[in-house]
Design a binder for this molecule. Structure first.
Ligand SMILES: Nc1ncnc2c1ncn2[C@@H]1O[C@H](COP(=O)(O)OP(=O)(O)OP(=O)(O)O)[C@@H](O)[C@H]1O
Length: 263
């Protein structure tokens, strides 16, 4: 269970003339659920895009399943699943067509993937819309289709960006439990979210990114001991140096109600 799945060494990148990642060092081991958190704009999505092979102009090295992804062998991508935050789903396709298409991209046999997709849709109680166009799906239904599409090929490494977006409380329980079980089976999960109480509960390791560098890395218990704060939300506020939520909220409300005397 100690195989190194992912290794970032001095990973840095400039985008639009700005230093977005500033020397990230991170080793991730099989079976870990990494809660990858940080303020808006810290560089979380950028890190994930590099690991997916979507951004190439970086410095440092990225090793996935023991191989340098810059070496030109892209077969590692077949062992990766990805739930993007804002996915463009092919609206004109039915769920069945979309999932079969994605499965075939991963090299799965059409019949095999269709059966698997149907079974997974059934688990989400979406049997009745298997042959319905995605354009008529609600936000949560689309999110379930995205989650299914990321898992069809039984990936070893899963990148999730706000995977619970739009899901109801029952579905959230299913996904949380599912992630725990997948990790127990030896899958590795990289979980990016702003919902601190979920990250706190499901991650066995939390990595906090601030200004493109790792500012904290440890289990929730370890972070709690270091910062002497009670919840991950409070730890996040403390480590990002933010204690003005009360003032900002108050200003907002007074501006909204026209009571503000600010210029
Ligand atoms: N193509 C680009 N060109 C210029 N700047 C970019 C580009 N992509 C990202 N950035 C900048 O890089 C920084 C990090 O962006 P990124 O999307 O990785 O942040 P994030 O941590 O995922 O934020 P969020 O929590 O808001 O999703 C931001 O300041 C963003 O404006």
């Amino acid at each position: 269970m100690t195989e190194k799945v992912l290794s970032l060494n001095n990973l840095a990148i400039n985008l639009g003339g700005k230093r977005v990642l500033n020397g990230i060092n991170l080793d991730v081991y099989q079976g870990e659920i990494i809660g990858y958190i940080g303020p808006n704009g810290a560089g979380k999505s950028t890190t994930v895009k590099i690991m997916l092979g979507l951004l190439e102009d970086y410095q440092g090295t990225v090793e996935i399943f023991g191989g340098d992804i810059a070496a030109g062998d892209h077969t590692y991508k077949r062992r990766i699943g990805y739930v993007p935050e804002n996915a463009k789903i092919y609206d004109n396709l039915t769920a069945s067509e979309y999932l079969t298409f994605i499965g075939e991209l991963y090299g799965l046999d059409k019949e095999v993937v269709e059966t698997k997709a149907r079974q997974l849709m059934h688990e989400f109680e979406l049997d009745h819309v298997f042959n319905t166009r995605l354009s008529s799906f609600s936000k949560g239904m689309r999110q379930k289709v995205l989650i299914i599409s990321s898992l069809l090929h039984d990936p070893d490494l899963l990148f999730l960006d706000e995977p619970l977006n739009g899901l109801d409380a029952n579905s959230v329980m299913i996904i949380k439990e599912m992630l725990t079980q997948l990790a127990a089976q030896g899958k590795t999960i990289f979980y990016s979210s702003h919902i601190m109480d979920v990250v706190e509960k499901i991650s066995n390791r939390i990595v906090l990114l601030i200004d493109g560098a790792v500012a904290a890395d440890g289990s929730f218990t370890e972070l709690k001991e270091q910062s002497k704060e009670g919840s991950l939300e409070q730890i996040f506020n403390q480590l990002t140096g933010f204690d003005e939520h009360h003032d900002v909220a108050k200003n907002f409300v007074s501006i909204v109600s026209g009571e503000s005397h600010h210029e």
